[in-house]
Design a protein around this ligand. Structure first.
Ligand SMILES: [Zn+2]
Length: 461
């Protein structure tokens, strides 16, 4: 009997320990301290219109109890999303453990004003912690509602542009504008703040109707603010058509023998004839060089570095014009067509080359068909190019003044004789240099407009 008593006592003890263990486990489970996982994406700083967000909440242990998302602006609360999840099954095993949803925050739907807002997300689980409220996850995001586009207003009344040439538009853009300029169809020309002596709202933009544009292009001003709001504004312009010359160039064996040794650096495929090598130079290398020149637009200064008419090579004759459409023949057969994108000027061999205007050297090196070349930046997207030089007398990064001798003419690259190939670019697009040598053109198209901008500026928007 004593034996039996001891046995039942031991059993009772085991049962008590098991019950206590189960109770401890139960308490640990129902009072678990793991917060729900909460993800809210994306996290923009500016809200410029209806914006879609995606929310994901999860709670492995007790399961989700509630999710609420609200917007607070100057003390006013707006509920964006409010969900309660029911308790289901033993220890909420059948309850909601994961929840995902997309929602749109539309400032006009929620009647939000311009300015700061706070987006607050709260997710709770079914843990008995915190007096039964559960574990809480909070996400707080500060944002700014800005749905008002920048204001852009042209100042120059009439703008004349010749195909292949340049134009300047002066305009005012409100102070919230971070980027603005002119679109010529889908080609963008960036504008710049006019600089010292002008209000901060005064802007200038040099642009071009490129020589290859065939149809009537659409031109308009465009601007964007920090929040991404965009504005467009039309302006008056007249585009003058222009006929470019046609030129025939006969490629002789003598010319090829003279020019090809210069291109010995080039990795030609094996077993090519001289004329085949010439065609690779005239097409592929020319294209690569054009791309390298286009990249230089990124180095431009935001300030105007030049003043007055640009200088033309002294005592020189024009050998080829801008936009000449060249057809190349070899032994009477047409082999290629290209457009000449500068002006060829010939003087005495080894003539001194002056900087056409004040600026900064942004390129001074050998470049493919152009040979030894200098590119000067004149600011706000304007550059001048000097090619086929025999000597470069300046260094990359150097500041130069108008008339300063920067190099010596020669026949490096794809040149049949000593001459200067002079080019002008507007934001990487080659334009007719003739306009920049013309004091009347500068006065009518640049100086007059800048004067208008100085007096018209009262501060837009
Ligand atoms: Zn040329």
């Amino acid at each position: 009997m004593g034996k039996g008593k001891r046995f039942s006592f031991g059993l009772a003890l085991i049962i008590i320990l098991l019950v206590l263990g189960a109770l401890a486990w139960f308490l640990v489970v129902i009072f678990e301290g793991e917060k729900p996982l909460a993800i809210l994406e994306p996290s923009p700083y500016y809200i410029s219109g209806p914006k879609e967000f995606h929310v994901k909440v999860a709670d492995k242990k007790s399961g989700l109890k509630s999710l609420s998302i609200r917007v607070v602006q100057e003390g006013r609360k707006v509920i964006v999303l409010d969900r309660k999840f029911p308790y289901k099954g033993l220890l909420n095993k059948e309850g909601e453990h994961e929840f995902e949803k997309s929602f749109v925050l539309d400032p006009s739907v929620f009647d939000l004003g311009q300015g700061g807002i706070e987006l607050i997300l709260e997710a709770r689980d079914y843990s008995r912690r915190n007096g039964g409220d559960g574990n809480l996850s909070v996400i707080q995001r500060k944002m700014v509602v800005d749905t008002i586009p920048p204001s852009i207003r042209p100042v120059s009344r009439m703008n004349y542009i010749t195909v292949g040439g340049a134009g300047l538009i002066v305009y005012e853009a409100s102070s919230d504008t971070v980027q603005s300029g002119v679109y010529v169809d889908d080609m963008f020309f960036p504008g710049f703040q006019a600089g010292e002596g002008y209000p901060a709202t005064a802007h200038v933009c040099y642009f071009s109707v490129p020589y290859y544009v065939k149809k009537r292009p659409q031109l308009y001003l465009w601007g964007k603010d920090k929040a991404g709001n965009e504005s467009k504004a039309g302006f008056y312009y007249r585009i003058r058509r222009r006929n470019f010359r046609r030129q025939t160039i006969n490629i002789t064996d003598r010319f090829l023998r003279k020019v090809l040794p210069y291109f010995s650096f080039y990795q030609f495929p094996p077993n090519l004839s001289d004329v085949e090598k010439f065609l690779i130079i005239n097409r592929k290398l020319r294209k690569e060089n054009a791309q390298a020149f286009y990249e230089l637009r990124k180095k431009t200064s935001s300030e105007q570095l030049w003043e007055g008419p640009w200088l033309r090579l002294k005592n020189s004759a024009t050998m080829a014009r801008f936009g000449d459409h060249r057809t190349y023949y070899y032994k009477g057969k047409k082999i290629d067509e290209q457009t000449h994108l500068g002006v060829d000027l010939a003087s005495l061999a080894h003539s001194k080359v002056q900087a056409a205007n004040s600026g900064k050297v942004i390129f001074a090196d050998r470049i493919g068909i152009y040979g030894l070349t200098i590119v000067l930046d004149h600011g706000q997207g304007l550059t001048s190019i000097y090619s086929h030089l025999s000597q470069i007398l300046v260094n990359d990064g150097q500041t130069v003044s108008k008339g300063q001798v920067i190099g010596v003419t020669g026949q490096t690259g794809l040149a049949g004789g000593d001459h200067l190939h002079f080019g002008v670019m507007v934001n990487g697009v080659f334009v007719n240099p003739v306009e920049w040598w013309d004091g009347h053109w500068i006065r009518d198209n640049v100086v007059r407009k800048l004067k208008m901008l100085r007096s018209a500026s009262t501060g837009a928007g």
